[in-house]
Design a protein around this ligand. Sequence first.
Ligand code: MN
Length: 243
Amino acid sequence: FNRERTMGKDDLRQAKYVIDIGPLPSLPVAGSDLRFPVGRIFCVGRNYAEHAREMGHDPDREPPFFFMKAPNSIVQSGSTVDYPVATKDVHHEIEMVVAIGKGGKNIPVENALDHVWGYAVGLDMTRRDIQGEAKKMGRPWEMGKSFDQSAPCSALRPATEIGHPAKGAIRVKVNGEIKQQGDLSQQIWSVPEQIAYLSGLVTLQPGDLIFSGTPSGVGPVNKGDKLEGHVDGVGELTITYAR
Ligand code: MN
């Protein structure tokens, strides 16, 4: 006999699990008690020309490319986090985060913003030494990019409230000193283009986040550092590395 059956969505909502893995990764929504559930985290590589150049690449020749971080690498703004293990060179990458509210595949650029629920300020923290080694060996980047607490993120603000930011300052200060500063208008691939391109590679799902790339000025953080991120019209993010 065959005990197996297909579990529908309603069955799965009632499902009991054999172990407890705690609550779903999620982010606060500014000015609300509700939270945004985090599905997958996609990150766009080299999406600001100056940053592409500082990493040794020609910004004009590359189509967008994506890598991922695990959903549970999310850290809420205001947290104190531990300096990551297995590295001596952790870098900050300040990014605007796009939160997908409506899924889809092969989404046309013209409709892409209909799929965005809101925006946040994020940090794509990077173990640059591990990433560099992976690049050299032709291996995947994951261990340089997706690790414990590697995705600090501010509260989300809904697009119904703030619109869809396409220009405005993006910056991060380390211990009060501006280290990265750019403008959203410098993105090589705009948010609608990122969504269109990515949705041609995977079916986007509600809850997915897209870290939309970082301006130039990436650099190291140390134990005890305080990072303050800002994106005009989106918000602020504060993260402190424990001593
Ligand atoms: Mn990045």
